[in-house]
Design a protein around this ligand. Structure first.
Ligand code: ADP
Ligand code: ADP
Length: 237
């Protein structure tokens, strides 16, 4: 479970990006995060994975307060959070399989292991994930030979490879056509429910969010202005 408790972020410029935000996300629940540009969506995501330092409040992931960590402890805690990005962030020259295997290790450790060969259990697990996301016939293709939808499927498999306790997803469909966007959103939501994984998806397409997520949190000017099921969201929210 993820607990965000009175989270505050004031940048050095004085901008108050988050003005004391609180919510919890249960296991297996998929939250769509919506709001106009400048509302604080990226700041929230970045505070949770600690790419930026919160200036107040707490973020607990299964009881562990992420705001109190630094150094090695922080790096370890970050591995408990799977990330999926808008631009996929694949290593173009690596194969689909290699991209998934590199997710957990980071790039440098990946090459070290590459030359010592990966344990068969890691390869088997990666293959199972690639099968789940529908890429079983593409494992040996290089990333730069894939379509946008296939790339995002690799991104999903890579995020799951480390058995995360939370999934953070940043505009996963912004570079995809409408049909592929729906397939990718459906897949992300399905795998979260299968694995009992809580997820927050930063998504500007409200209609797409409403189709698939369990709950919507609306931000405006650093505050939560809506929190409820997609069906309760009206034009005025
Ligand atoms: P969103 O993702 O919803 O567009 P952001 O989290 O990017 O919103 O921005 C929220 C507020 O914080 C905005 O006022 C923005 O100008 C400010 N902000 C974001 N990043 C920084 C930064 N690195 N330094 C200073 N202010 C920032
Ligand atoms: P090609 O497209 O002909 O395979 P590349 O320059 O893309 O040529 O890569 C050559 C090989 O070098 C790759 O197959 C890969 O195994 C290896 N390689 C690529 N990048 C790195 C890297 N950063 N560190 C170590 N080996 C790499």
């Amino acid at each position: 479970m993820l607990e965000v408790d009175s989270l505050e972020k004031r940048y050095k410029t004085g901008d108050m990006a988050l003005r004391g935000i609180s919510f919890t996300v249960a296991k297996g629940q998929v939250v769509g995060l919506i709001g106009p540009s400048g509302a604080g969506k990226s700041s929230l995501i970045r505070c949770i994975n600690r790419l930026v330092e919160p200036t107040g409040g707490a973020i607990r992931l299964n009881g562990l307060d992420l705001t109190k960590l630094s150094g090695g402890n922080l790096r370890q805690a970050r591995r408990r959070i799977g990330m999926i990005f808008q631009e996929y962030a694949l290593v173009e020259r690596l194969t689909v399989m290699e991209n998934v295997l590199s997710g957990r290790l980071g790039y440098v450790a990946f090459w070290r292991s590459f030359f010592r060969r990966f344990p068969q259990t890691d390869v088997d697990k990666a293959f199972q994930l690639l099968d789940r996301v529908g890429l079983q016939d593409h494992v040996d293709k290089r990333a730069d030979a894939l379509s946008g939808g296939q790339r995002q499927r690799v991104g999903i498999a890579r995020a799951l490879e480390q058995d995360p306790e939370l999934l953070l997803v940043d505009e996963p469909t912004a570079s995809l056509d409408p049909k592929t966007s729906r397939q990718i959103m459906r897949l992300i939501c399905e795998v979260c429910r299968e694995r009992d994984l809580p997820a927050i998806i930063n998504i500007h397409d409200v209609v797409l969010a409403q189709m698939f997520v369990d709950r919507i949190i609306g931000l405006r000017a650093g505050a939560v202005v809506f929190d409820g099921p997609p069906t309760d969201l009206t034009d005025t929210a």
